[in-house]
Each structure stands twice: as structure tokens, then as C-alpha cells.
Write a protein that binds this ligand. Sequence first.
Ligand SMILES: NC(=O)c1ccc[n+]([C@@H]2O[C@H](COP(=O)([O-])OP(=O)(O)OC[C@H]3O[C@@H](n4cnc5c(N)ncnc54)[C@H](OP(=O)(O)O)[C@@H]3O)[C@@H](O)[C@H]2O)c1
Length: 249
Amino acid sequence: MFVAVRTLLISGASRGIGRAIAERALADGHRLSLGLRDLVALQGTVLDPAVAGSDRVLLHPYVAEDTAAAQAWVAATTAHFGGFDGLIHSAGVFSRVGLLFEPGEEQDIANTMEVNLMGPWWLTRAAWPQLAAHGEGRIQVLVSMSGKRSKGKLAAYTASKFALLGLCQTMRNEGWELGIRVTAICPGWVNTDMAAAVRSGPSSRWPTQAMAAEDMTQPEDIASLCSELLCLPNRAVPFELAVNCSLER
Ligand SMILES: NC(=O)c1ccc[n+]([C@@H]2O[C@H](COP(=O)([O-])OP(=O)(O)OC[C@H]3O[C@@H](n4cnc5c(N)ncnc54)[C@H](OP(=O)(O)O)[C@@H]3O)[C@@H](O)[C@H]2O)c1
């Protein structure tokens, strides 16, 4: 299959799903600009510019709740690569905070909204002119099944992801005539640090069933989907992908 080489901004590439997406995208031949909280997180890996080559990979500081960070990352990427045509949002946080939150937990709710909703919003806003200029821009957003249904009692996380899915629908609407295609990726469990942390914590706020790590969707599975999505023409890009590793009805 012919793969057009793209230049992709990817958040959350230090670990988990974002890292798997970045590694696959690099192997596919794309150029990467990775926004990271810790620039040494990828030192010595295939995603290190010293290993991959600075013509293939750029690392730049990115903190989702820093409203200036998105603009600075976009500007640095444009200066380095001359532009970009794809944006993949994988940075995100989990929250256990429930509906009847305790005093003091409201800060956790605000932080979850800042990172999971406002982070992608600021970054999309900053990236929009470049994506629109290309004519076939792509945005992929790691939402969650928690953006489509509320299964447990995870009010903060679920609210942030429902809001994010709403934002994705609006991105799709606003981007359509500009040739920007948006995909909201909605997995259940994916075998990462986040899933491990959730499942090892107190289980009073969500229904747990024992699931071996190998039975969860793997980060590489999501990376394969993202890779395929980038090969599709504007007429065929799905808006939403629900990715289940267990039956949901
Ligand atoms: N794992 C699942 O079961 C699952 C299911 C559905 C959806 N998702 C979603 O998929 C995305 C990726 O999840 P994951 O499982 O890969 O999580 P993860 O392993 O916990 O990795 C989270 C990533 O987000 C980055 N990040 C967190 N807070 C940030 C901030 N304030 N600013 C910038 N970067 C930040 C982390 O960077 P650091 O290394 O600096 O912390 C890390 O790269 C998230 O949006 C998550 O909600 C996950």
C-alpha cells in the first residue's frame, strides 16, 4: 500500500498508547514532532532524534495545562519541518473522582478537565492553520469508551471524555470543508500504565472483571489502527472507532 509521508505532532508519546503510535509512525516513514513533559524520557530509544535523526524526529516541551505550550510547540515544529499535516492527541490522565466528590477533590476534577479536554482544545486551535493549509489534514484523538457511555462511578474522567468526544464532533464539522478529517478513537482497556493503575486501585467506583494484561487491547493494536487511518483518503476516514476487548451491550 502506498503511504504518503506525513509530518505528525503527537502528544503523550513518552509512554503507553502515544509511544506505540509514535514508534509505528516512525517505522511507517513519517516525520514526528513529539510534545513531552520530560525531554529525556525517550533518550536512547528509537524515538530519540540522536538515534532516528533530527530530520525524522523533533522533541519539544509540552505540558497540556500550560496554555502557551501548544503554540510554542506548533511554532517550533513549523520552523523545523516547514509545516505539518497530522495531529495525534494521546496525552491524558485518569481520575478516580466520583459524583459526590470529597472537599478538596474539586482540584482533581479541574485538572482532569484541563488535561483531557482543554489540552486537546488548545493544541488543536494552535495547529489548525497548518492542518487547514495542507488540504488533507488529519486529527486523531484518544478518547475512550468512557466518552461514549458511563459504566462505573468515574464522574470526572467520564465527563472529561464525553466533553472531548463532543469537541471531536465539532472539529469534524469545522474541518470538513477544509479537508481535515478527524477520528475519535474509543478503546476500552488498553494494556498501559494507566490501565494498570486503574485496576490496582480501589474498585468501588467501577465494575471490575479480572482481565489478564494480554487480553486487553495492546498499545500496538491501537498504533496499527492509527497507521491504517493515515493511509485512507478523505472520502473514507471513519469519524469514530470503538475498540473493545470485552463485550459491551
Ligand atoms: N489505557 C487505557 O485503558 C485507555 C483506554 C481508553 C482511553 N485511553 C486514553 O488514551 C490516552 C493515552 O493513555 P495511556 O493508557 O497511554 O496512558 P499512560 O500510559 O498513562 O500515558 C499517558 C501519557 O500522557 C502524558 N501526559 C499526562 N499528563 C500530561 C500533561 N499534563 N501534559 C502532557 N502530557 C501528559 C504522559 O506523559 P508523562 O510520561 O510525562 O507522564 C504519557 O505520555 C489517554 O488520553 C487515555 O485517557 C486509555
